[in-house]
Write a protein that binds this ligand. Structure first.
Ligand code: NAP
Length: 260
């Protein structure tokens, strides 16, 4: 039997009422990890948390909040108390033309996809060092390796987080605290649905055609499932993954054409 060595550990999984965050929460719960989950919408959050509790028996606390706000982060950290695992995630910035983006648009993107993760890392990393165990996973995007033209706000903010993390991951690794990026390609979530609709409008095509093109372009011939993303997250968090440090791991069906 494969044991991830995580039974009884405590995780914060940000932005996890659906999509990739939910996939990570579900997978960690299956390895015996107790969860603090958050999202702005409390109703769906509580519904998915109840399903995880009844399926796995782990303790799941929910915090309905905006994780990009200081109050939201404080509420999540207070609910968690002791933290062994932190999965950073938040909604992605909108697509668009860089000529239209104001300073406020940039600050919002940086807050959501860079500074929120940095603030949470800052809050948990020293206690993780003291306890000689910590796993931090930043959900970023395949755009870190292969920028997506219309998602410039996302490309910029996530690259900033990746650069910062690359440095500190190597400062904390000797304490069995790892920090890695998990980079989604295209997964079947509400977020991708919105991007498909946007492309369909721009290219005057039906959303079904745009989706079929995306699937056909991917070497796996399909979009990813959140379970597959969650499993990769649980693997990075496993007790055995202490030597996996400062990496940016793509889960994209082979879409990024590279050997490394
Ligand atoms: P999703 O299906 O739209 O789910 C987003 C989740 O985050 C929901 O639970 C949402 O709940 C929560 N959330 C959003 N903003 C939040 C906030 N400010 N505070 C707390 N919770 C928040 O999105 P996804 O596809 O899982 O994407 C997750 C991240 O991965 C995004 O940053 C996205 O850009 C990135 N990404 C996704 C893909 C993909 O293929 N899906 C590819 C590359 C990158 P509430 O709305 O109730 O808050």
């Amino acid at each position: 039997m494969l044991d991830f060595g995580l039974t009884g550990k405590n995780a914060i999984v940000c932005a996890s009422s659906k999509g990739l965050g939910l996939g990570c929460a579900q997978a960690l719960a299956k390895t015996g990890v107790n969860l603090v989950m958050c999202a702005r919408g409390g109703e769906l959050l509580e519904k998915v948390a109840a399903a995880i509790r009844s399926e796995t028996g782990v303790t799941v606390k929910t915090v309905a909040c905006d994780i990009t706000s200081a109050q939201g982060r404080e509420a999540v950290l207070a609910a968690a108390g002791h933290v062994d695992i932190l999965v950073n995630n938040a909604g992605g910035p909108p697509p668009g033309d860089f000529r239209d983006w104001t300073r406020d648009d940039w600050i919002k993107a940086l807050d959501a996809n860079m500074l929120t993760a940095i603030e949470l890392i800052k809050a948990v990393v020293d206690p993780m060092i003291d306890q000689r165990f910590g796993r931090i996973v930043n959900i970023t995007s395949g755009s870190v390796k292969s920028p997506i033209p219309q998602l410039g706000l996302s490309n910029g903010a996530r690259s900033g987080l990746t650069g910062f993390v690359g440095g500190i991951a190597r400062q904390v690794a000797r304490h069995n605290v790892t920090i890695n990026g998990l980079l989604p390609g295209q997964f079947n979530t509400d977020r991708i649905e919105g991007l498909i609709d946007n492309t369909a409008r721009q290219q005057n095509k039906s959303p079904e055609d745009v989706r079929a093109e995306l699937e056909a372009r991917n070497p796996s011939g399909r979009l990813g499932h959140i379970d597959e993303f969650g499993f990769a997250c649980a693997f990075i968090c496993s007790a055995q993954s202490g030597y996996l440090v400062g990496q940016n791991i793509l889960v994209d069906g082979g879409s990024f054409n590279s050997n490394g």
